[in-house]
Ligand binder design. Structure first.
Ligand code: ZN
Length: 162
């Protein structure tokens, strides 16, 4: 029996909205389990507020604020949450967008992707494959040979010089 206020029509509308609600989740990667997963409380303890906002809440740092924008030395960019190597200086380029940009990840298994609808249309979200921390997004306007632009929040990365 349906409660009188919940008409069949209303139920259908709810059913249609549910998949969207799932896609709008603030932590797109949270549903999967990751090898270096931690509880929310643990992440709050080990990350700064800004790191937590980006990695665990899929936040975005302000453009042109990361010191890593100008980082041109040889080395690796590792996940600030779990130290997983994510990107190499060999694949970094100046996209002019104000966020550290790479045309590929350091290796195939370093990052994972999902689709998010946080700003109303689908985007390819990219996260650390080991801890699930949100890194940024991948766009199709990058340079050869991949044509991809990994647009990464500098606050999600730590640079390790070679
Ligand atoms: Zn990580």
């Amino acid at each position: 029996m349906l409660p009188p206020r919940l008409s069949r029509r209303r139920l259908i509308a709810l059913g249609a909205a549910l998949p969207l609600l799932g896609a709008c989740s603030a932590a797109p990667a949270a549903a999967k389990s990751f090898p270096k997963a931690r509880s929310e409380a643990e992440w709050r303890r080990v990350l700064t507020a800004e790191q937590f906002y980006v990695l665990r809440r899929a936040g975005t740092e302000r453009a042109f604020t990361s010191p890593l924008n100008g980082e041109k030395r040889k080395g690796a960019f590792v996940c600030v949450g779990c130290a997983n190597p994510l990107y190499s200086s060999a694949h970094k380029y100046d996209s002019g967008t104000g966020w550290p940009s790479f045309w590929r990840a350091i290796d195939k298994g370093a990052v994972g992707t999902s689709t998010d609808y946080l700003i109303g249309y689908p985007r390819t979200e990219v996260h650390c494959a080991d801890c699930g921390g949100h890194l940024g997004h991948i766009f199709g306007d990058g340079p050869p040979p991949t044509g991809k632009r990994h647009c990464i929040n500098g606050v999600a990365l730590r640079f390790v010089p070679a």
